[in-house]
Design a protein around this ligand. Structure first.
Ligand code: XMP
Ligand code: MG
Length: 180
């Protein structure tokens, strides 16, 4: 195991298996309808790439960059750094997110996207931390794994921009981010 990791929660194999299951569920739920998959940069990228290859529908992708997280705690505001280019009016949208924690990011992103007249909006996430929820947001419909409120990294999730490239999800050792 990598020296900075306390515990591996989900292996690469576990993640691919869950993305396959979620992709099949999404394909069934949306029938013949095309889907716009919006990834929230940067953490959602590995999950979004894996998930979209298991969806049989016509999928168009776009990205949004919002900033609401610093170090290991969520700040109270969200800034839009990059907006989507696709017009989502009357289209079925699925937002891909790495982790839903306090719910702040999704609450704000949903408020913004709802005004643009999408036919429907759902959330797909790699990880859901329901015990950490502070803001009332649309609950994710497609969840790969539910986790306890511990700080996790890998498969897109970072600590100060590092560890995103791990092909698994693990709990970061406290010594890496405490007393720094
Ligand atoms: P909110 O609180 O807005 O948080 O739901 C969502 C964003 O916060 C980041 N986040 C984490 N990043 N390990 C990480 O690497 C974590 O345990 C963690 N919890 C929240 C993440 O960027 C997510 O998009
Ligand atoms: Mg994020």
């Amino acid at each position: 195991m990598d020296s900075f990791i306390e515990e591996v929660l989900f292996t690469h194999e576990d993640i691919v298996k869950r993305c396959d299951e979620l992709g099949k569920q999404i394909s069934k739920d949306y029938g013949d309808e095309p889907i716009v998959l919006i990834g929230l940069l940067r953490g959602s990228v590995p999950f979004m790439v894996e998930l979209m290859m298991h969806i049989k529908n016509d999928v168009q992708i776009d990205f949004m960059d919002v900033c609401s997280y610093h170090g290991t705690t969520s700040s109270g505001s969200v800034t839009i750094l990059k907006d989507i280019k696709l017009d989502i009016k009357n289209r079925h949208v699925i937002i891909a997110e790495d982790i839903v924690d306090t719910g702040l990011t999704l609450k704000n992103v949903m408020d913004l996207l709802c005004e643009r007249g999408a036919a429907s909006i759902e959330i797909a996430c790699l990880l859901n931390k329901p015990a950490a929820r502070k803001y009332k947001c649309l609950e994710p419909k497609y969840v790969a794994f539910t986790v306890d409120p511990k700080f996790v990294v890998g498969f897109g999730l970072d600590y100060n921009q590092s560890y995103r490239n791990l092909d698994y999800v693990g709990v970061l050792k406290r010594s890496i981010y405490e007393n720094k």
